[in-house]
Write a protein that binds this ligand. Structure first.
Ligand code: BTN
Length: 306
């Protein structure tokens, strides 16, 4: 958000402030304050003229300025009513040289999931792609997907939904999918150029639209999407600032460790007990004959052995 506008919103969050006081505090003209207030009103913020000055009486449920208003971190937000895929737009922005950015869409017409599956994206859901440029080797990229899964799980738990993570990155409630993550990357041999971490959360989606999944609304109450998404982005930033913290946090929230699993990799099928997770997201599986380490694949939880 434009910096003066963000400062005006911050000031109004603490209570009414007069136009002249804002102009003096922010070092701009009264006309500039008025113009910023009008722009905020156009973006859906309810700002009343009261005897004590401008009073913030309502924030839009969702939208770019509303998300930025909630964010503690410095991600720029690019908000769209409709996109084919937020990941595709974030990739284009990365190719154009954009810095840290969250691309958000109210709905997607061509949302993509892992293994080139379709990701149904009706209104009410949260569809966001985080563009980051960490200074790490490409082999470390999977840990950013794990961080996103932890961030979504924490946001869901904070609103009373008992979510857990199925390896590598499905956020589930009692075996029903609540959210998915699709990470894409460009890099050279030794360094990532950019990562796009795409997050789809069935937030305020009717469960009738989700035959095999679930939603926050189905498990608890509908959420305020601007706050829910801001908490995911802030938590993601906190975790990725301390990369060592990600795998332990993921381990604490997973429902896969201790399960009998079947993992479909591009080359083979591995069956056994999931016994651990190692940096940057490798699943350790104890089979009947040996211990296997799996870096990528489709994981199914099987019934525990008798
Ligand atoms: C999966 O579980 O298969 C991953 C689903 C990822 C969906 C999100 S929605 C936002 C972003 N844009 C996309 O096209 N996909 C991801």
């Amino acid at each position: 958000m434009q910096e003066t506008r963000a400062l005006i919103l911050d000031r109004l969050t603490d209570g009414p402030v007069s136009g002249p006081a804002l102009a003096t505090d922010l070092g701009v003209s009264r006309a500039a304050v008025w113009s910023h207030v009008e722009t905020l009103r156009d973006a859906g913020f309810e700002i009343r003229d009261t005897d004590d000055g401008y009073a913030l009486t309502g924030v839009p449920e969702y939208g770019g300025a509303a998300i930025e208003h909630e964010l503690d971190t410095d991600f720029e937000v690019a908000f769209h009513d409709e996109l084919a895929s937020t990941n595709a737009t974030a990739r284009d922005r990365a190719a154009d040289g954009a810095g840290e950015l969250v691309v958000v869409a109210r709905q997607q017409t061509g949302g993509r999931g892992r293994l080139d599956r379709e990701w149904s994206s009706p209104t009410g859901g949260i569809y966001a792609s985080l563009l980051v440029r960490p200074d790490v080797p490409p082999a470390h990229a999977p840990v950013y997907t794990l961080a996103a899964a932890v961030a979504v799980t924490d946001a869901a738990r904070a609103v009373g939904v008992d979510a857990g993570i199925k390896w590598p990155n499905d956020v589930q409630v009692s075996g029903r999918k609540l959210a998915g993550i699709l990470t894409e990357m460009e890099g050279e041999a030794d360094r990532v150029s950019w990562l796009v971490v795409g997050i789809g959360v069935n937030a305020n989606v009717e469960h009738t639209e989700l035959p095999r999944g679930t939603s926050i609304r189905a498990e608890a109450e509908p959420v305020t999407r601007r706050s829910f998404l801001a908490s995911i982005v802030d938590r993601f930033a906190e975790l990725t600032d301390d990369v060592e913290s990600i795998v332990p946090a993921w381990r604490d929230r997973t429902v896969t460790i201790g399960q009998q699993v079947r993992v479909e990799t591009p080359r083979e099928q591995i069956e056994g007990e999931a016994v651990g997770i190692e940096f940057p997201g490798t699943l350790v599986v104890e089979t009947d004959s040996d211990t296997r380490r799996v870096t990528a694949g489709d994981c199914e939880h099987l019934r525990p052995r008798e």
